[in-house]
Design a protein around this ligand. Structure first.
Ligand code: PMV
Length: 322
């Protein structure tokens, strides 16, 4: 029986994609208002399995997909079919994550990276898709982006820059860790779709757009130099700016929990630290380091009497087709 298995990992943005252009037409979906750059992870994974079937069936986390998810999956299938210029033969899709969804670990990025790669592989085969990923990265990135913007940065690693319809892969052997301190596994109340819209309404948003290119240039320098002491403060400024923009907003959103704030305050007090945090649109802290730091993070939590799960992740290089 024909079977395709693809895994892809989320990415954590060093410069956030936060605010999208108001555009028309599917080709122009999810175009960012600023360039972004991220670190692709490897241990957190979405696995998409496609198996021959009499009709298309979509399962997410072992259950029939919700109507909303069915629609998104069908739309993405149609998009890939249009790109290929033909209809795909029916399959059952089983998509599952090995990490909690909706909590600031970007599950939509890994999902749409895995799905795009899997749908294409169903028709074109593993070698052809591996060849496309390597030699025509923009083509697949363009499809994945339309499913979920940040998905285009999960198709490669270790560092992927994205601006408009283009991506740029920054090769590096810098071994970075992302230790994710999970204060809540609940789905966030404000979806990233709403968040993107609200962000642009903040009076602080225009200043952010002015500042991002300079910060991005410095982050790229730090990556090239493998200089964590240079990278770290830039990551923290970027994350704080994103969260401030959401607070100082006609639709104020507080993504952090009291525990997040307590934890970050304590983390910043560590003398001569060699770890730095970033945040996504959620309450969980992503702590970036050059060595495993789970024990230190647990000690900080214990000191504060806080309860949290810790997910240890590290640099990755994009989807695997089995
Ligand atoms: O791809 P979306 O629409 O889920 O946007 C996610 C945006 C952030 O994860 C919050 C930031 C980023 O650049 O990944």
């Amino acid at each position: 029986m024909k079977e395709i298995i693809v895994t892809a990992s989320p990415n954590i943005a060093f410069i956030k994609y936060w605010g999208k252009k108001q555009t028309e037409g599917d080709e122009n979906k999810n175009l960012p208002l600023n360039p972004s750059i991220s670190l692709t992870l490897s241990k957190a994974q979405t696995t998409a399995i496609l198996r021959e079937s009499n009709e298309f069936q979509f399962f997410v986390q072992g259950q029939i997909a919700s109507e909303k998810d069915q629609q998104k999956l069908k739309d993405h299938l149609r998009r890939v079919e249009k790109f290929l210029g033909k209809n795909l033969s029916p399959f059952r899709l089983d998509s599952s994550n090995n990490f909690p969804t909706g909590t600031g670990i970007a599950s939509s990025a890994s999902s749409f990276a895995a799905l795009t790669t899997a749908f294409l592989t169903w028709e074109l085969g593993k070698e052809k898709v591996q060849d496309l990923l390597k030699n025509e990265p923009e083509m697949i990135a363009d499809l994945a982006r339309r499913g979920s913007g940040s998905a285009c940065r999960s198709l490669h690693g270790p560092f992927v820059e994205w601006w408009e319809k283009s991506i740029r892969i920054h090769a590096s052997n810098w071994k970075l860790y992302d230790t994710i301190v999970i204060f809540s596994k609940k789905e966030k109340k404000v979806s990233s779709t709403e968040g993107h819209t609200f962000a642009t309404l903040s009076p602080l948003f225009p200043k952010r757009l002015e500042e991002v290119p300079g910060r991005l240039a410095k982050i790229k320098e730090a990556i090239q130099e493998k200089n964590l002491q240079k990278l770290g403060p830039l990551l923290e400024t970027e994350a704080e700016q994103m969260h401030t923009i959401m607070r100082e907003n006609p639709h104020p959103v507080e993504y952090q929990l009291p525990e997040t704030k307590q934890f970050l305050k304590e983390l910043k007090r560590v003398q001569g630290r060699d770890f730095f945090y970033t945040l996504d649109a959620g309450p969980n802290a992503h702590v970036i380091s050059e060595r495993p730091i789970k024990k230190e993070m647990q000690a900080l939590l214990d000191k504060l009497g806080l309860d949290a799960d810790i997910w240890e992740d590290e640099v990755g290089f994009g989807p695997t087709i089995r």
